[in-house]
Structure formats: structure tokens, C-alpha cells
Design a protein around this ligand. Sequence first.
Ligand code: ADP
Ligand code: MG
Length: 635
Amino acid sequence: MSVETQNKETLGFQTEVKQLLHLMIHSLYSNKEIFLRELISNASDAADKLRFEALAKPELLEGGADLKIRVSFDKDAKTVTLDDNGIGMNREDVITHLGTIAKSGTADFMKHLTGDQKKDSHLIGQFGVGFYSAFIVAEQVEVFSRRAGTSAEEGVYWSSKGEGDFEVANIDKAERGTRIVLHLKSGEEEFADGWRLRNIIKKYSDHIALPIELPKEFHGEEKDKPAETEWETVNRASALWTRPRTEVKDEEYQEFYKHVGHDFENPLAWSHNKVEGKLEYTSLLFVPGRAPFDLYQREAPKGLKLYVQRVFIMDQADEFLPLYLRFIKGVVDSNDLSLNVSREILQKDPVIDSMKSALTKRVLDMLDKLAKDKPEDYKNFWKQFGQVLKEGPAEDFANKEKIAGLLRFASTHDASGEQGVSLADYLGRAKEGQDKIYYLTGESYAQVKNSPHLEVFRKKGIEVLLLTDRIDEWLMSYLTEFDGKQFVDVARGDLDLGKLDTEEDKKAQEEIAKAKEGLVERLKTALGDEVAEVRVSHRLTDSPAILAIGEQDLGLQMRQILEASGQTVPESKPIFEINPAHPLIEKLDAEPDEDRFADLSHILFDQAALAAGDSLKDPAAYVQRLNKLLVELSA
Ligand code: ADP
Ligand code: MG
């Protein structure tokens, strides 16, 4: 196509765009038709934006307020063309939106590309697909656009073959909005066909709220053919969330999700509700199937699409859900808010607060239902978003119990090592008389599953939850009980098993403690101020000694987090517990030489630190003492 252009320049794509283009072309060949869904999704967004901006500046709608999308084709020229009369783009918009990917962290993310198409195509899912999908079927893409409110000479032309660069130029464009012309690759001519296009639109874009028109097929005699193309609407063209739940098919929800969520894969669950009464609004919330790569980036987009009486108001309205549910996508359409509501107003409006707490409950209920009805899907959900949900108890005090019910843990009673045990599972198989929920935190599953802290629990068959995510210790500082049962860190304080110890157990413990008072005193002298306390342990069956954390002290994980963030960590000393039944401790007790006693004590103390996953303060001293012992042994 030849166009009058001015100020032509050729620009290179951002590296990430080049990678994405390559990935897309090579991994989406089995699902080519989705290019149309993506381009229509963008046109629909453009119409939403225009309608919103026109609330304050009605003159933007000059030249036509009936917003629509037209899709046409030319079999001979092998082109498919999309026209919208939405917000349009100016030269700057085109260069940034169609030449870069604006998401922070994209470059890092792209480093994960393996070159293995199967694996990489999953990465696309975390990204959405978007405009660049046009290159799946087109060897060249041309864009003609003009931003609403600018004059006809301020149009812009963009063209690319989807390789390294693109061309931009100024053009005249009479109508506002965007025209996209796809020059189909050879082999992709099938898309220049009315029947095919109609089917694709029905399949993926029926839910789009504005009319999508195709040229009416003409079946009569050539001489009777109307001079002007007649158009007909092929989609349903009404906002999906305004329809009754019972009339919307699963596939329609799924396609709608891909549009609002800018996702490429199906959601795991959704919840569609109309609220009437004092407040009136409709919400349609989705749980994505996959975490976006920027889930932990502070500036990453989050929040719902806000509509007021079906008029799009803003994207990423993050006032409607707490931060720990930032992965939820969807729309909320309010009848009570004013059309000129702004973010500042949203932040102050008490109406928003009550909507937020209602929507939060909806999400938590939806997750609960997912866990009950589709445990396999919930497992997947947990893998993707479990860590984010763990932020919940600290952020949302009111829903703490509900959130706790959604958490999943690794456990001594689940050999898979996966985080699959719920607190309800745990309590369901608790021992007779057990009124606590026991847990242990640590670096990794491999490390905690063999921790000496578990010995007595193993002996008595009591289940212990194994918490190894970085956030866990912090989480547990907010989670103090569930279903009336207190959480107990098995590595902390003076372990009291309550009713799980028999009277005889307790009596025996007291007697032993008394009998070993002398040894405990000697150890205190030998270890000096390295320990807060020395005592006889009830935690151990197999190991000689163990370190426990003081009731109020910071755990290892919290200390490491604080240290990593450059904060000074309050000094805390461990409690050294010994297992009097262990042969090493018996030997120690019988050791008459005080120097040798001190060496042995230090070795046992250091080993206990190692077993707890801690590092030694003076590793060289440890090695020296151990070597001395080894020399004596072999002498
Ligand atoms: P996304 O839709 O997720 O933002 P896309 O790759 O689909 O990503 O589109 C990139 C950007 O290009 C859009 O955000 C928008 O700013 C711009 N854009 C694409 N198509 C149009 C259009 N038809 N009208 C106006 N802007 C558009
Ligand atoms: Mg898009």
C-alpha cells in the first residue's frame, strides 16, 4: 500500500520485543487465529478509553459516538484489515506502545527463555500475547492511526515486517482511531475469508461489548451489488457481566477473562455476582491459572477494571482488593459511584471500603470452593500464588481465620514434600488430647525433615508442619491460632507437650533433670556466655544435643532477613538442651578432665548449631577441637 508520508524514520525494536516476536512466531503456530482476538481486544480497550476521556471532553466524540470495530478482508491482496474509532495513537504512542514492552522486569524475565519451544510457550502465558501476535500470520503489519482530538494531519503510520525494526511516518487520516492492515504470509490466506473471520470472532470475541462488524456477503447478481459495502454485526455486543449468570457459558467467561486479564490461558475459577440493595454493583472476578512474571514487582499492574454504569472508568483500580489478592483479575461495575470518580476519591470513599470487604470475602469464598471442588486445580493455584496469600494474615486481620484455612503446608505426615496439607487436614488427624498445632521453620524441606527437633514427635506419631518459605517465620508471627488451637514452634522455648505426655513421662523427666543437675552446671561453666541456658531436653530420642530458641527471640529466618536488609539484629543466645540417654552425653558426664570436657561440650554445641542450619561463629575453632579429638582417638 502506498501512503503519503512525511518525516519517515526507521527505529529498532527493543531487544525484549525482538525476543517476544521470535518466541511468538515459533511457539503459537498451532493456535494462530488468536491474533484476531488480541487485535479486537485492543480495539475494544481503545473504545473504552475514548468513552472515558469523552466524559470530561465530549468534543473527542466528534465525528461519531457509535463506537465499533470493523473487520474486512481482500482475498486478492491477501489482507485482513481492522478499523476502530477508539482513542487512537499519536506518533509518540505508536513508538512506545508498538516498539517496546513497558513492563518492568521484562528483560530479566526474558533471560529465562530456554530456546525449547514447548517450555517457552508457557512463558508467553505469563506475559499475555498482545499486538505482536499479528506477526503470527502476517509478513507485514501496517498501522494507520490518529488520536481523538487531534487534527487530520496528525495521523501516524507504522509498518514492520516483525524482524528487527519498524518504520514510522506522519500521515493524513480523516477519521480518528486505528486501522491495522495485516499482509498475510503465504500459507495463511485462509484468514482472508468472511466465513473464517466470522467464526473466529464468534469463538473468541463474542463477549466484546461493542459491535464487531463484517461486510455483508452479497449473493445476488453482480449488477445488483450495492455500491457501498453493507456491514453486519457478528458478535453479541453487550457487556458480558450484565448478563444473568445462568445464560453465560463457561467458554464465554474464559474468553472474557483473556480479554480483561490480558492473559493467554484459561482462568482457574471465576465468581460473577450482582449485588442489589443499599449498594448496587456487579463484579466478575477471576483466579488466573498462572502467576505473571512481575507478581512481586511493586509497580506491576494490579487491581480490577472499574466501570460505572457500564462506562469504563479505569484499569488497575487497586482499591477494591487487598494487596495479598493482587493476582485477581476482573471487573467491577458500580451504579453508585459518579462517572467522574478519580483515584483520589476512590481512596477516601467509604462506599469503596464496604465494597472492598465484600469483594475480599467473595474471593476467599471462591478459593475455598476451588479447594473443595477441584483439589488438583487448587494445588496448581497454591504453587502459583500461595506465597502471596501468605501475606494475608498480616494484612487482613478480619479474615485471618479464613485465609489460614486456605494455606497449605508440607508436613511430617506427607512424604511427597509438597505443600499440600491444610490446617483442617492437620486437625482432622491430630492425636487424642492434642490442643496445639506444631510446626518447624527452616531453610529447606530437605533440611527440616531430618531436624532433631522432630525426634520426640516422630516417636509419639505427632504431626509437625514443615515451613520453609522465606516468608514463613514472619507469617507465623501473625498467625497465632486456628480453630481455637494455638500454633507452637517446636524449636522454641521449653517444649511442653501438654496432655500428649503421660504422667509417667513427666515424672521421669523431672527425675532425670534432677539427676543431671551436676552435668548441666558443668556445661554452663564450660560454654559460658555462648548459651542463654543449659537444660535436659524432652525433644530428643536419637541426637545427643539440640539448640532451642528462646520464647521471645527472633528465629533464624527472621534474623537472616533482617541482616540481609542491613538492619542490626538484637543479639540472642540459644538454649542448649542435652539428651542424657545418649552415649555421648553419658561419656561427657563421666569425663574427669575439665579441659577435655570443655572441648567436647563445644563440639556438641557447634554440632547442634549445624544441625539447626545455623552457621558457626568460629568454624576454625570447631575444626581444631574436632581434629584434636581425632588425633587422640587414633593415638
Ligand atoms: P496490552 O493490550 O496488554 O496493553 P498489546 O500488545 O495488546 O498489550 O498492546 C500494546 C499497546 O498498544 C496497548 O496498550 C495500546 O496502548 C496500544 N494499542 C494497540 N492497539 C491499539 C488500538 N487499536 N488503538 C489504540 N491503541 C492501541
Ligand atoms: Mg492487548
